[in-house]
Write a protein that binds this ligand. Structure first.
Ligand code: E4P
Length: 217
């Protein structure tokens, strides 16, 4: 399973990349706004910087909602760097735009996916990635990991090539469950990735080893 970091914060991207296990980055308009990035030039420069930091797929989301706007913006985003993946919302115009980019050899990430039906449409349009938002599904009282399992089963039976990118990850257990359920990628906040490191028995065991190492001279 690939690991992406879900942030536009350069320090966090660098910290995750320094671990040596990072395969890419996802951003969205809310994450960009959180970093105070605004205006076309600043957004373009921010994506360039991320692409220079991380050697992997970098999802850059379109802001427009019509087919024409998404195609125009997506072309400009894809021109920033060969590793840019154009992130497009799951709408009727979005599906048409994904098909356009599939036909033109540009990678896409279909975002805001909350059902198996939406995931089937994204795969039919040739999306490189489909992003089910599992945390937001859990927040609504449903089960996000079950959706990952369902999409993984459908894609396997149908032979779809679209990769399942589990998004809206809230904690380390989400990552483990998504790995078990067949996600190809998890895009996670830095805290959730670092959460995988933690186990109290590791801390207790290491403290004992450090203590005993002192006796070895
Ligand atoms: C996915 O690519 C999105 O950026 C993200 O995972 C959304 O997560 P949230 O529900 O924490 O906003």
């Amino acid at each position: 399973m690939k690991f992406f970091i879900d942030t536009a914060n350069l320090a966090q991207i660098q910290e995750a990349n320094d671990l040596g296990i990072l395969d890419g980055v996802t951003t969205n308009p809310s994450l960009m706004a959180k970093e105070g990035i605004s205006g076309k030039d600043a957004i373009t420069q921010h994506y360039k910087t991320i692409c220079e930091l991380v050697d992997g797929d970098i999802s850059a989301e379109v802001l427009g909602t019509s087919y024409a706007e998404m195609v125009e913006e997506g072309k400009a985003l894809a021109a920033i760097h060969p590793n840019i993946v154009v992130k497009i919302p799951m709408t009727k115009d979005g599906i048409k735009a994904i098909k356009y980019f599939t036909d033109n050899g540009i990678k896409t990430n279909c975002t805001l996916v909350f059902s198996a039906g939406q995931a089937i449409l994204a795969a039919k349009a040739g999306a490189s990635y489909v992003s089910p938002f599992i945390g937001r599904i859990d927040d609504s009282g449903w089960n996000g990991v079950q959706l990952i399992e369902q999409i993984a089963a459908i894609y396997a039976v149908q032979g779809f090539k679209t990769e399942i990118l589990a998004a809206s990850i809230r904690n380390a257990n989400h990552i483990i469950s998504c790995a078990e359920a067949g996600a190809h990628v998890c895009t996670c906040p830095l805290d959730s990735i670092l959460g995988l490191l933690k186990h109290p028995l590791t801390d207790i065991g290491l403290a004992k080893f450090i203590d005993d190492a002192k006796k070895l001279g």
